[in-house]
Ligand binder design. Structure first.
Ligand code: F6P
Length: 344
């Protein structure tokens, strides 16, 4: 009998999720005769057995579509009374599903590891625009977010130049500065502020003033998780998310008036927000996501439960959930210093 697998997308959405789903269904059907269903809205669909059939026809032309056709949520598989491995085992048995493919970030990988230890057949695909999962060189979605942030820098530059203002652009990334660093380099920012390397207000204002003194309009890119040396935690005024983590955002609006007051340069803040997660994935992300999706079909065919597919160099490889969770990938000091020497 054909093996049947259930795919879910959990946590924040990310450009490329649909390309993973398409890659898995196409290769799984073609090469292994596997069948697929999708769980609606992340772990919720798994806990409550809410599924849609995923055939070759259903995933046709999907790789360029942003978002996820399955829906997603920050619902945890153990957090509700109906959750937990024993219930999930019954759901999988009733629906005749042989294993789960969970596409998600570190919260999803942690939940998957626990389910695996509790006897669920599960494998994973890492995703996040934040690019902060150490087990993989890149996560799909990151490249798209960087493109969007870079285009925003280009656009802010022309309006900043016209008014001779300092422009501060805040990008996402949670506690990692990858989106800020890459878009800041690509967009030629005069200062890039990331969580891994706090900078003082004096230093930031010195960079801004030196740019202004050369007759230019300063462009500052700040990651949402950036902290000034006197801040104990990243700026957060929006409470907690579904995994009990503080929701970040708004540091640009804190910094802009400080910069303006200290330097006398009119300053505006832009918080880019969820625009970075929306719309069509770049070609790079479509390729990576498709390859990861295809590789999961090999993984489930091999019964490689408890593992994830990851990118190392140019190759798709496998690692355990444990290893993937062991390290948070942050911007190394050397990579930041490499750029910091030309700030200002
Ligand atoms: O992890 C991806 C991410 O976009 C972060 O960069 C950001 O802090 C967070 O998710 C926003 O989450 P939400 O969509 O729940 O507001």
């Amino acid at each position: 009998m054909a093996k049947r697998y259930g795919i879910l997308t959990s946590g924040g959405d990310c450009p490329g999720l649909n390309a993973v789903i398409r890659g898995a269904v196409l290769k799984g059907e073609t090469v292994y005769g596997q069948e697929f269903v999708g769980f609606r809205d992340g772990w919720y669909g798994l806990v409550y057995g809410d599924i849609i059939e995923l055939s070759r026809t259903r995933v046709r032309g999907l790789s360029h579509e942003g978002g996820t056709i399955l829906g997603t949520s920050r619902f945890g598989p153990y957090s509700e009374p109906d959750g937990g491995a024993e219930n999930i085992k019954k759901v999988l048995k009733n629906l005749e599903i042989d294993g789960v493919i969970a596409i998600g970030g570190d919260g999803t990988a942690a939940a998957s590891q626990r389910l695996y230890e509790d006897g669920i057949n599960i494998v994973g695909v890492p995703k996040t625009i934040d690019n902060d999962i150490a087990a993989t060189d890149y996560t799909f979605g990151f490249n798209t977010a960087v493109e969007i942030a870079t285009e925003s820098i280009d656009r802010l530059r022309t309006t900043g130049n016209s008014h001779k203002r300092c422009m501060v652009l805040e990008v996402m990334g949670r506690h990692a500065g990858w989106i800020a660093l890459h878009s800041g380099i690509a967009g030629g920012a005069h200062a890039i502020l990331i969580p891994e390397h706090p900078e003082s207000l004096n230093q930031i204002c010195a960079w801004v003033t030196s740019v202004k003194n050369r007759g230019r309009s300063p462009m500052v890119v700040v990651a949402e998780g950036f902290t000034l040396p006197d801040m104990e935690t990243a700026h957060s005024t929006k409470g907690l998310d579904g995994f009990n983590r503080p929701r970040l955002g708004g540091i640009a609006e804190v910094l802009a008036p400080m910069i303006e007051e200290r330097t006398g340069i009119e300053t505006r803040a832009t918080v880019l927000g969820h625009v970075q997660r929306g719309g069509v994935p770049t070609a790079f992300d479509r390729v990576l996501a498709t390859r990861l999706g295809m590789a999961t079909t090999d993984l489930v065919a091999d019964k490689g439960w408890g593992q994830m597919v990851v990118l190392r160099g140019t190759e798709i490889e496998r690692t355990t959930f444990d290893e993937a969770l062991a390290n948070h990938k942050q911007v190394p000091a050397a990579q930041y210093q490499e750029m910091r020497v030309i700030f200002g």
